[in-house]
Design a protein around this ligand. Structure first.
Ligand SMILES: NC(=O)c1ccc[n+]([C@@H]2O[C@H](COP(=O)([O-])OP(=O)(O)OC[C@H]3O[C@@H](n4cnc5c(N)ncnc54)[C@H](OP(=O)(O)O)[C@@H]3O)[C@@H](O)[C@H]2O)c1
Length: 353
């Protein structure tokens, strides 16, 4: 992974001090030994694109070195939060396209002064930078229905797709890229807050990447470029860290119910343990953060857990087993579990009754 800015450069300060959190994240990335050498700087201006190519159009154009006229397609979780964050940080959103009147109106209430369209084709007539914040599966089909004008750039916010998904919308003198914030967009205000200090994986040629880096820094985020071919693994890790972790919390809450706790009770009781474990992993490294019966080769406890799960929460069993197998590997590698004890534990996990 490659962060956009050099080690001694501070992120561009955002209007509301958002750059401070970005600086913290950049420092943590640097401390983790991740390559922070900046790419050769591109020109920071979208409007330098040639306009005399075919498929020219008199859409609104920014002045040199100004923020490009920006539009967002999709008023869902990501589109709305990005719209709010960018506008608050001084990067205006000129237009939004959403097919759903209610979502359109909600976006307009959240991001005042925005023009709202039902179709992306109408938005393209007005803006220079088009952000497609639509579901992954809709990105390529939607791009295939659009054709950019020279001087325009289009990016999507997907973590799973490369910029090439947008190629069908390209014409001479246009650019495509990606702008993927590593944030769980569960709630608009919480996501706007979380964008400060989050990493944003950007893709595009040097000129577009420089513009996207500036856009990320405006909202206090840290732009990064991923090594070629690594995007799917990077995104799968993000999905485990967000959705996968929620699945784990759900299983914890299910077991909590067996012990008489409601969801709030489980979060109150197990939440501090989760935070402590994350803190231990950060301070000591992941292997040393591993605690519990597996590290000790405590087969009796493991068997008791499996019996309780079979009796009271059988749907949790597959997740418990999968985690235990990974824990055994960690404990063996750490040297706290002998291979013989590991075999014992694995046979408990493999037994069906
Ligand atoms: N959610 C996250 O935590 C997260 C994090 C990082 C990145 N992302 C990525 O961001 C993108 C958007 O995710 P999201 O969570 O914001 O999705 P979402 O909440 O479901 O919103 C998607 C938006 O796209 C519009 N849309 C759906 N299908 C469309 C189509 N065929 N043509 C045009 N518009 C369509 C929706 O409908 P309307 O047009 O009716 O409004 C909606 O406004 C995805 O690529 C996702 O992988 C998500």
């Amino acid at each position: 992974m490659r962060a956009w800015r050099g080690p001694d450069e501070d992120p561009r300060p955002a209007a509301d001090g958002a750059g401070l959190r970005g600086a913290d994240t950049a420092a943590a990335i640097r401390d983790a030994g991740i390559d922070l050498d900046p790419e050769p700087p591109g020109r920071h201006r979208h409007g330098d694109l040639e306009h005399e190519h075919a498929h020219a159009h008199p859409h609104l154009r920014s002045e040199p070195d100004q923020i490009p006229v920006t539009g967002i397609v999709g008023a869902g979780a990501v589109g709305t939060a990005l719209g709010v964050a960018l506008t608050r940080a001084g990067w205006p959103i000129h237009a939004v396209a959403s097919r759903d009147p209610e979502r359109r109106e909600r976006f307009r209430r959240a991001v005042e002064g925005t023009r709202a369209f039902a179709e992306a084709t109408a938005l393209i007539e007005e803006v220079e930078l088009i952000v497609l914040a639509v579901p992954d599966d809709a990105v390529a089909p939607l791009a295939a229905t659009l054709r950019m004008y020279s001087g325009q750039a289009m990016v999507h916010t997907s973590g799973a797709l490369g910029a090439e998904a947008l190629t069908p919308a390209m014409a001479a003198g246009t650019q495509v890229g990606a702008f993927h914030p590593l944030v769980a967009f569960a709630d608009t205000e919480r996501a706007v807050e979380a964008l400060r200090g989050a990493t944003v994986a950007i893709e595009g040629d040097d000129q577009l990447a420089a513009l996207l880096a500036r856009m990320a820094e405006t909202i206090g985020a840290v732009p990064v470029r991923l090594a070629p071919g690594s995007k799917a693994a990077y995104h799968a890790a993000a999905v485990l860290a967000a959705g996968g972790f929620v699945a784990l919390l759900d299983a914890i809450a299910e077991l909590g119910r067996v012990a008489g706790l409601d969801e709030r009770g489980s979060l109150a009781i197990y939440g501090p343990l989760v935070e402590q474990t994350l803190g231990n992993a950060r301070a000591l490294g992941i292997p040393r953060a591993l605690t519990g019966p597996i590290t000790r080769g405590d087969r009796g406890t493991l068997d008791a857990h499996l019996a309780a799960l079979r009796a009271h929460a059988p749907r949790v069993l597959p997740l418990y087993r999968a985690a235990a197998i990974r824990e055994i590997e960690l404990a063996v590698a750490r040297g706290t579990l002998t291979p013989a004890a590991a075999t014992d534990l694995r046979s408990s996990l493999a037994s069906e009754d």
